[in-house]
Design a protein around this ligand. Structure first.
Ligand SMILES: NC(=O)c1ccc[n+]([C@@H]2O[C@H](COP(=O)([O-])OP(=O)(O)OC[C@H]3O[C@@H](n4cnc5c(N)ncnc54)[C@H](OP(=O)(O)O)[C@@H]3O)[C@@H](O)[C@H]2O)c1
Length: 338
C-alpha cells in the first residue's frame, strides 16, 4: 500500500521508523523543506519500548513539494490537530480515487475532517502509542500501545481490514466497529485527566488529592459525558469503564464512584499531562479540539458546558502567558462557573 506519513514529529517519526525498518515503503512529508533536508541527512533513529529501529535512506520532502502526480493509497496524518485541519484539503488531492486519509489526533479532528472531506475519504483513528521526539530524527517509543482504526460511521469494512493489515507490519494496529465510541472515551479523559492536570501544573494523582481538584474533575467529566451521550455516542471501554457507576446519583460522594475514580487514578494518575509539556515549550495546545470541541458541541446540543468553556478560555490565557499553571487556577475555575 503506497503510504505517505505527514508530520514527522514524535508519533509520525516513530511510526515511520518502524514502517521503514520493517521494509514497508513509506514516503514522508515535513512542514518545511529545511526539516526534510535535515531528516534526509540524519535518517530516523528510534529507541525505547519495542526495541530500536532505524532507517537511513528516506523519501522525504516538504508537504507542498508533493504533487497530484504523487498519488497515495493511504495518508497517515500525524501533525497536531490545528495543522491537520489546515493541510488535510491539500492532502486529499494526493489520494488515489479510493485512497484514505487517516488522522490519528485526539479529540474531534477525524470527525471534523470527515464532515469536511467526506466519510469515504476519512477513516477514524486514534493512538494509544506514546512517543516523544528527542530531536529531529531521534525518537523514543514510550509504551507498547497501538493504533486503533475504524469507520467513523460505525461497522467494519474491507478498507479498515486492509489498512490495519498494512500498518500492522510497522506498529500494532487494532480495529473497532465503534471507533467513535473509542475516540470519545479517550476524549473524556483528555478533557479531564490531561487538561486539568496541565492547568494545575500537576498530574492527576496530585490534583485529585484536593477538594477543588475532585470538584473540577467531576464537573468537567460530567459535562463531557453528557455531551457524548446527547450526541448519540455509544462509549467504548478503554482501560476504565467510561460511565461511572450510578452516574449522576453517586457523582459526588458515592463509594462506587470513589472506586471508579481510584481506577482512573491507577491507570492515568501518574502521567505528566502532555498539555503541560506544550505550556512548558511555549507551544500552541490542542485545547480547541478537546474541551473546546466538547463546549462547541454542548452548545449546539443544549447541554450545559460551563466548566469546559471556562477551562478552554483558561488554557488560552495560559498559552498567551496571561497566567500560569498552578493548583490555584482550579479555584479560579470554580469561582468562574459558580
Ligand atoms: N506523541 C504521542 O505520544 C501521542 C499519543 C497520542 C496522540 N498523539 C496525537 O498525535 C498528534 C501528533 O502528536 P506528536 O506528539 O507527534 O506531535 P509533534 O511531535 O509536535 O509532531 C507534529 C509534527 O507535524 C509537523 N507538521 C506540522 N504541520 C505540518 C504540515 N503542514 N505538513 C507536514 N508536517 C507538519 C511538525 O513539524 P514542525 O515541528 O516543523 O511544525 C511536527 O514535526 C497530536 O494530535 C497528538 O495529540 C500523540
Amino acid at each position: 500500500m503506497r503510504t505517505l506519513v505527514v508530520g514527522i514529529g514524535a508519533l509520525g517519526g516513530t511510526v515511520a521508523a518502524r514502517a521503514l525498518s520493517s521494509g514497508m515503503p513509506v514516503w514522508l512529508a515535513t512542514r518545511t523543506a529545511e526539516s526534510a533536508r535535515a531528516l534526509r541527512a540524519s535518517g530516523l533513529h528510534l529507541s525505547g519500548v519495542g526495541g530500536p529501529a532505524a532507517a537511513g535512506f528516506l523519501s522525504v520532502a516538504a508537504v507542498d513539494e508533493y504533487r497530484e502526480a504523487d498519488k497515495f493509497e493511504l495518508i497517515l496524518l500525524a501533525t497536531k490537530a490545528h495543522d491537520a485541519l489546515e493541510v488535510a484539503p491539500f492532502l486529499s488531492s494526493l489520494l488515489t480515487s479510493k485512497g484514505t486519509l487517516l488522522p490519528i489526533q485526539n479529540g474531534g479532528v477525524s470527525q471534523i475532517l470527515a464532515e469536511r472531506l467526506g466519510g469515504s475519504v476519512v477513516l477514524g483513528g486514534l493512538s494509544n502509542l506514546g512517543a516523544t521526539m528527542v530531536e529531529r530524527g531521534i525518537y523514543e517509543q514510550r509504551n507498547s500501545g497501538h493504533l486503533l482504526i475504524g469507520e467513523l460511521a460505525g461497522g467494519l469494512s474491507e478498507r479498515v481490514a486492509k489498512i490495519a493489515s498494512a500498518l500492522s507490519g510497522a506498529v500494532e494496529t487494532r480495529t473497532t466497529p465503534n471507533l467513535r465510541g473509542a475516540v470519545w472515551a479517550k476524549l473524556l479523559l483528555n478533557c479531564s485527566v490531561t487538561t486539568i492536570g496541565a492547568i494545575a501544573g500537576q498530574n492527576m494523582r496530585q490534583y485529585i488529592a484536593s477538594g477543588r481538584g475532585r470538584e473540577v474533575f467531576r464537573r468537567t467529566y460530567d459535562e463531557a459525558l453528557s455531551v457524548a451521550l446527547a450526541n448519540g455516542v455509544r462509549l467504548e471501554r478503554m482501560i476504565v469503564e467510561p460511565i461511572p457507576p450510578d452516574w449522576r446519583e453517586a457523582m459526588v460522594t458515592g463509594s462506587d464512584y470513589g472506586v471508579w475514580l481510584d481506577e482512573v487514578i491507577a491507570a492515568y494518575g501518574d502521567l505528566k499531562p502532555s498539555m503541560l509539556q506544550d505550556f512548558e515549550r511555549g507551544q500552541r495546545t490542542e485545547i480547541d479540539f478537546i474541551n473546546g470541541y466538547v463546549t462547541h458541541l454542548g452548545k449546539q446540543l443544549g447541554v450545559p458546558v460551563a466548566m469546559n468553556a471556562a477551562i478552554t478560555a483558561m488554557v488560552h490565557r495560559i498559552e498567551q502567558r496571561q497566567t500560569k499553571p498552578d493548583p490555584a487556577r482550579l479555584d479560579d475555575l470554580l469561582y468562574e462557573v459558580d
